[in-house]
Design a protein around this ligand. Structure first.
Ligand code: CU
Length: 119
């Protein structure tokens, strides 16, 4: 009797371990999923930069921004023109708006990659 009971317990135990392992695999896959999605979307993580919109030129697809230092471009604070990576950005802002944005060099042009209004 005793032996049978012990065998039962060990079978239960190993089946618990199996489901635990399965759960861990699922957790690991779930954790990896969003990370790879983000890196595929953004390519690389760019630092957010503070700025203020000075001018919006929708026909040229550009905007003038008074910006803080841009670490990834090794650039000091100044006012300059940037290309918009998405034309929709230009209709979201107007001169005087305080923004947070990221910049990268795309085909040799300094381009706003991400833009959001600062709160
Ligand atoms: Cu600049």
């Amino acid at each position: 009797m005793r032996t049978v009971a012990n065998q039962d317990k060990s079978q239960q135990w190993s089946s618990k371990m199996r489901s635990l392992k399965a759960a861990l695999v699922i957790v690991a896959l779930t954790a990896l999923g969003p990370v790879s999605a983000v890196s595929a979307e953004e390519g690389k993580s760019l630092p957010m930069v503070q700025g203020e919109i000075k001018k919006v030129d929708e026909s040229a697809g550009k905007m003038t921004i008074k910006h803080a230092a841009i670490p990834n471009l090794d650039m000091e604070a100044m006012t300059m023109v940037f290309k918009a990576s998405d034309p929709a950005m230009l209709s979201q802002v107007k001169p005087g708006d305080k923004i947070m944005f990221t910049v990268d060099k795309v085909n040799g042009q300094l381009t706003v990659m991400k833009l959001e209004k600062a709160k």
